[in-house]
Ligand binder design. Sequence first.
Ligand code: NYM
Length: 251
Amino acid sequence: MPKRGAFIVVEGLDRSGKTTQTSRLYDRLSQSGTPVKLYKFPDRTTATGKMIDSYLRSQSELDDRAIHLLFSANRWEAACSMIKELETGTTIICDRYAFSGIAFSAAKALPPPSSSSLSSPDTNSTNPSKSISTSTLSYEWCRAPDTGLPAPDLVIFLDVSEAVAQARGGYGQERYEKADMQRRVRAVFQRIAIEFPPVDVGRRAQGELEGGLRWINIDAGQDMDKVGADIWNCVEALVGGVGTPLGRLWS
Ligand code: NYM
């Protein structure tokens, strides 16, 4: 059976350097002759993406559940093409995916990080004027709409401290780009990471990375070239393609 392309997701908080690192990785792979495609979610060019963009820029208001489902629909719109590309041998690099979906939505239902508990009910929505409690934005609820999407082979989480993120020029103008929200998002990302078996990056043999989703944290506070080298160290074993069938999320 010919090998399929590898599916590699890069996740992280805002200001973690994902966009820089995914485009560098894309360039490196294409220069080495690997068929590769770069995706970025949200894809703001589609119909759902335009609604998401307007929400993120605070030009429109949406219920927390409605925006969560739009982010998921935005991925589902691309799922068929992604599956075809992977199965015909193209490697996919993806800047954010369903893990951001869970992290940013479930974070809205968390209490302030100092007393953080992922099972606590919400008292602190990003939009307190809403009549329906955001306590329904549970971790499980946020995970559900992405069930069945193609599962990545590898998630690289670019881990950046609040101090480093702030030193990079602070957060931008978009919704969620606030220190308190980012702390909550980080807590949910940590909750997601513990669901996956740890990977010893030093033993990054292909066999170890194949056959199920793996999650790797990389210190994104380092020099940009060092972060790129650490990413390459994880990805290299998958560059020749993957011999196991493409998985589906949360199964
Ligand atoms: N975001 C991104 C979500 O809230 N849910 C999602 O499913 C995804 C993919 O959108 N603050 C948030 C995270 C970011 C924002 O992302 C836009 P970017 O990478 O800044 O364009």
